[in-house]
Design a protein. Structure first.
Length: 120
């Protein structure tokens, strides 16, 4: 589930952000992970208004990354639609329903305190 050589983490991030914007994801937060974690270079957190929209955003994102960059993503949680995790290799994406996102508060775990309060 890694990117092709021409798909840098920055190119993957740009494609992720464009896809989320196209599908009307809300409250998109980009978190740089380089130097903080070895799991990925970036984490992106976004919200959808309903379980159906959350699942749709995740499905379309995985399809777009495969067709444009050749990235095969692993996804978890799409059948329920409360929280979908998309692993695009160098970029990890979380798409939540707003209530679920508020409950888990991933931004607080990864952003400095001042940035986490601005993100919400």
């Amino acid at each position: 589930m890694t990117a092709t050589p021409q798909a840098t983490s920055e190119a993957t991030l740009a494609a992720v952000l464009a896809s989320l914007d196209d599908d009307k994801a809300e409250d998109i937060v980009e978190i740089p992970l380089r130097g903080k974690s070895t799991i990925a270079d970036y984490m992106v957190i976004a919200s959808g208004r309903s379980s159906r929209q959350v699942s749709s955003i995740a499905d379309k994102l995985a399809e777009r990354l495969k067709s444009t960059l050749g990235i095969l993503c692993k996804t978890e949680g799409g059948d329920v639609g409360d929280w979908v995790l998309i692993d695009a290799g160098d970029v990890i994406v979380h798409v939540f329903r707003p209530e679920v996102r508020e409950f888990y508060q991933l931004e607080k775990m990864w952003l400095p305190a001042t940035d986490a309060t601005k993100a919400r």
